[in-house]
Design a protein around this ligand. Structure first.
Ligand code: ADP
Length: 402
């Protein structure tokens, strides 16, 4: 069974083609909008690596070019598109439609539901929808399924998902905390057990996904029991451009005293806050780190806030889990920044967390244990692989359909 996994973001389309159940990666790559508004395209197969560029950035053109590469003879992937069985989409926000913890079929009903919820994830929903529509047009005979970022967090208990507002809003309108990055947290907690020998059904793992978007999840016996993002991805950690946790009372204060519309406030919380807002330098952790090293005090304090928030959530989730035996870092920052991991883990010895200076420094972008041999908590780094997890979920779902 051949599964094409696509992850459509506001400025990129990432794709991977897997032969399942062997989990053989036939081709992977991405089409990305560059700073001039044009597309940089790159892909890799067993046979070759290649790059290309074209003017503008549109989903239909990007997908056409991707499909061309799947069947190009010298790439040695597919003889024709008839060999493609399923397109598996990474979907951001399931809301009350994400009842399944695994993959869901993409139906007209699901598309209408997503259309009606666009404002809950303004950075992601429009791209998800365009990706689905374009793929359906280009590949009319291919099954379309998706895995919601919220699905893994369906196991949150009411004490973790209820907001402290009248229950009516939950009962009547499903206003509740949902959480995101679920596929990533599921994959990293699974890998953490594999690498460290922890038994999934008896484990207490805190997973830190630190990318442009960022969240922490508390995972007990393989199930998510709490997570830092809420009904929208704004809640929780400080992120690249999102504010993370903020006093809800501030919204009315800003609106009334500064004559700001809700749309403007929403834009500020999603696009102008986080590392970018505090540092005034960039939303990119590397750039902020460089500015901090060069003495920029705003950049230094932005990083302090960043690390402090993650540390606070680790402590909170150790309490929620009644202990912690695995701590995992993933996402661009979690995978690649020894500095971030060192700062976050500092002074957490009281929880049994001790990382090795040398192992931490050596680990960049690869799977590794970075805790000392006497650390009670196994601390690991696991590169994110949401695409493989989606391929697994979609292939499982499709067994009965193909
Ligand atoms: P997304 O959430 O868009 O998938 P990524 O997971 O790719 O984002 O993470 C992007 C973040 O990772 C950026 O802030 C970037 O600066 C950071 N990052 C990437 N490589 C490094 C590195 N070597 N050191 C520190 N931060 C890094």
């Amino acid at each position: 069974m051949n599964v094409l996994v696509v992850n459509c973001g506001s400025s990129s389309v990432k794709f991977q083609l897997y032969k399942m159940p062997d989990e053989l990666l036939l081709i992977y790559g991405k089409a990305e909008r560059n700073k001039d508004g044009n597309t940089d395209f790159s892909f890799h197969t067993q046979a070759r690596n290649a790059q290309n560029h074209w003017e503008g950035f549109s989903f239909s053109e990007n997908f056409k070019k991707i499909l061309d590469e799947l069947t190009r003879t010298e790439n040695e992937c597919l003889a024709s598109l008839d060999e493609l069985n399923i397109a598996g989409h990474r979907l951001i926000h399931g809301g009350d439609a994400a009842e399944s913890q695994g993959a869901v079929e993409i139906t007209d009903e699901l598309i209408s539901y997503m259309e009606s919820r666009k404002m809950l994830a303004p950075l992601h929903y429009p791209a998800n929808l365009e990706g689905i529509k374009t793929m359906a047009q280009l590949l009319p005979g291919v099954l379309q399924a998706g895995v919601f970022d919220t699905a893994f967090h369906q196991t949150l208990p009411p004490r973790a998902y209820l907001y402290g507002i009248p229950l009516y809003w939950y009962k009547k309108h499903h206003i509740r905390r949902l959480g995101f990055h679920g596929t990533s947290h599921k994959y990293t907690s699974f890998r953490t057990c594999r690498i460290t020998g922890l038994r999934s059904e008896k484990s207490k793992i805190v997973s830190c996904h630190l990318g442009n978007g960022a969240s922490v999840a508390a995972i007990k016996n393989g199930k998510s029991v709490d997570t830092s993002m809420g009904m929208t991805p704004v809640e929780g950690l400080l992120m690249g451009t999102r504010s993370g946790d903020i006093d809800a009372g501030l919204l009315a204060y800003l609106q009334e005293n500064f004559n700001l519309s809700l749309a403007k406030i929403q834009h500020m919380l999603n696009n102008e806050g986080g590392l970018l807002g505090l540092s005034g330098v960039s939303s990119d952790y590397r750039a902020v780190e460089e500015a901090a090293l060069n003495g920029n005090q705003n950049a230094q304090s932005a990083l302090e806030v960043y690390h402090y928030r993650v540390k606070k959530y680790i402590g909170a989730y150790a309490a929620a889990l009644g202990g912690i035996d695995g701590l995992v870092f993933t996402g661009g920052i979690g995978e690649n920044s020894p500095f971030a991991r060192k700062e976050i883990c500092s002074d957490l010895e009281f929880l049994g967390i001790r990382i090795s200076e040398m192992l931490n420094r050596k680990c960049k972008g690869k799977e590794a244990v970075i805790s000392t041999s006497d650390s009670a908590v196994k601390v690991v780094v696991v590169p994110a692989n949401e695409e493989l997890m989606i391929a697994r979920e979609v292939a499982e779902w499709a067994k009965s359909k193909v």
